[in-house]
Design a protein around this ligand. Structure first.
Ligand SMILES: [Zn+2]
Length: 357
């Protein structure tokens, strides 16, 4: 019997170009999708640019143009790279689309109705030079748990710990290099602890996640009460303003995974199909392919949001490691960092496809 399969790869951030590390995922997922299509299954491969957040806002400001202009140019560049590597998406959308905004509203309304949203004051790092609060990824410093230097504000690549940027030792803004100062503003939170039992069961059932991933979640998160999830940012921020909370914007990690639904919806509109056939039908399998660095967004927050809003839960979240070059991370300073475009200018894309396959 033919299966109906919806496949996604992680949404690349609009602030940077595609490199060979990204391509591990997009190429391997493309091969998986082609295999399913060859078997006669109905399989759709959806992706989009992840466009919101502080970094885009700051870069647009520095380049003296609108965020919309910047993200349109980056989307074109991303698509040219993907096309160059023969990656065939059924739809490639944007998180800054009307469809994504609609999908965000639906999920938000469901979270409100379930009584899961609350408001609290948050002290966050603020870049005095850029005049903006700093997203977790735009603060770097020393890991408070293991002492590794040069770690991001939300988690440590060395020991896997998660923490808030205020806990980092010797923090520096990656936007301006300034020393951030602490400021307080009101944020909205989702109380995902209320879904603890559901998440315990979903992650540990053995059906949706690799065993190592299930164990990681049990060891790092599910063994204690889940922390409230901070899902808003105060102005100025490039993103969607929350309809029932003026001056608050959805945090980029709220609307990024919803971008999978937004991109599907765009495709549905163009192909006269209903969204519910893909996201609210037990006949559809949903397969996400992601890198290990974004595991907890996709295996805790994402299923929680889908569950509350009555959407399909992921059938499987397939999680891969990073591409190493000469046994280490790709590095600009060591000259081992290779852009997709650089490769395409010199070599046949089929060789890399074959190698990753
Ligand atoms: Zn650490």
């Amino acid at each position: 019997m033919s299966r109906r399969i919806l496949v996604t790869a992680a949404l690349p951030y609009a602030n940077g170009h595609i490199h060979l590390g990204h391509l591990v995922e997009y190429i391997q997922t493309d091969i998986w999708v082609r295999f399913q299509k060859l078997r006669g299954n109905t399989c759709r491969y959806f992706c989009a640019d992840d466009t919101h957040g502080t970094a885009i806002m700051i870069r647009a400001r520095q380049e003296n143009r609108s965020e919309e202009e910047l993200i349109a140019e980056m989307k074109e560049a991303h698509l040219a790279d993907f096309t160059g590597f023969q990656i065939e998406f059924d739809n490639y959308g944007s998180t800054n689309s009307p469809e994504n905004l609609e999908a965000c509203k639906i999920i938000w309304k469901a979270l409100r109705a379930a009584g899961l949203v609350s408001e609290k004051d948050v002290t966050q790092l603020f870049d005095p030079e850029a005049g903006t609060f700093l997203a977790d990824r735009f603060v770097k410093g020393t890991c408070p748990k293991c002492g590794a230097v040069d770690q991001y504000g939300d988690n440590c690549e060395k020991c896997g710990a998660t923490y808030s940027p205020g806990e980092l030792i010797d923090p520096v803004s990656t936007l301006t290099g300034a020393k951030p100062e602490e400021r307080t503003a009101s944020h909205l939170f989702v109380n995902i602890e209320k879904l603890h039992d559901f998440l315990e069961e979903w992650t540990q059932s053995g059906e949706h996640l690799q065993k190592e991933v299930a164990n990681y979640l049990k060891g790092h998160f599910l063994g204690e009460p889940l922390r409230d999830w901070d899902i808003s940012r105060p102005a100025p921020y490039f993103g969607f303003e929350i309809p029932d909370a003026p001056g608050h914007y959805w945090y980029v990690w709220f609307d990024a995974p919803i971008g999978y639904i937004g991109s599907t919806w765009q495709w549905c509109k163009e192909n006269n199909e209903g969204l519910s056939k893909y996201w609210q039908s037990s006949d559809t399998e949903i397969h996400h392919f992601i890198g290990k660095d974004i595991t907890y967004f996709h295996t805790l927050f994402w299923p929680a949001m889908l569950k509350v809003a009555g959407f399909n839960l992921p059938t499987k979240v397939h999680i891969h490691g990073f591409l190493n070059v000469d046994g280490g991370k790709m590095s600009k300073s060591r000259g081992t960092f290779i852009m997709a475009r650089t490769y395409l200018n010199h070599l046949d894309p089929a060789c890399l496809r074959y190698y990753f396959a």
